[in-house]
Write a protein that binds this ligand. Sequence first.
Ligand code: FPP
Ligand code: MG
Length: 303
Amino acid sequence: MEKEEYLKKVQNSISTWIQDLEDRYIFNLFNSIESGKMVRSQLMFYIGQNRSDEVVPLSAIIELIHLASLLHDDVIDDADMRRGKPSINVVEGSKVSIMLGDIFYSKAFAELAKYQKEIIEQIANSVVKLSIGELQDVNLSKKFNSDENLYFEMIYNKTASLIETATKVSAILVGKDGAKFGEYGKNLGIAFQIIDDILDITQTAEQLGKPNLNDFVEGKTTLPYIYLYNLLDSPDREKLVSLHGKTLEESDRNWLLSKFQSSGAIEKSYQVAKHYSEKAIHSLPEENTKLVEVVYKLVDRTK
Ligand code: FPP
Ligand code: MG
């Protein structure tokens, strides 16, 4: 099976589950949401290899949980765009976005109940981590955070834990080494989030499908900001902290971008993302050129 066919099957599987709910409004809302890159499913496909048909429904569960988390996240972040389109909280309101997330999340768990205990526990625990990570993100956003350890702990929980779980459970399902593939997913997930945080600074709004420098406006002190803080001298540091969580004037945006450029904070963040991506590759217990390629593509991506 080709990857595109696999991803289509995952989408169809989710679509069938939502159709089973027999609610036209929910089905229409589901169909109005762009499907995204489906990174987690791509990884599961490459791990499942010739048994990928068996992995399809497990992939669909992971994607549905991920989608549910984004519906909640857009309310929490007060976002207006998701995957290049106005987000559900804008189109239908926050209450609908939260409830739709709950429906998707619960349906995913209803489907998950059919699996073996180890897989159920793994996925359920990663949703706990995901939620703790989001809470840490919310609390870290209240003031400028210059502690990189807190940042790494938060991105592991918020982003890497579900990717770790996706790679682990697909490996378990097809009889491969769950722990090692889980390590691969975890390190890839950390690299993925760091790259995401870099792109928020280096890309244009058009490329991102949402405004750039938005993380800092939302109060998120991502890794490049932590490094920038450490590289700046005292007056510039104070200026950086004073801009945290505020709507940025054109002059502030230019100041930030020029400081990022001159300080090397972006480059330093890239090096860290590369370190995690190499760790991911070294975690692989088998020769799998596709899974290595995913890592390189991730580091080089521009959106
Ligand atoms: C996006 O982060 C958010 C996540 C990866 C996870 C959010 C998790 C929750 C809201 C908890 C989910 C709970 C249940 C019950 C499913 P981001 O804001 O950094 O990324 P973005 O730029 O794509 O919005
Ligand atoms: Mg968000």
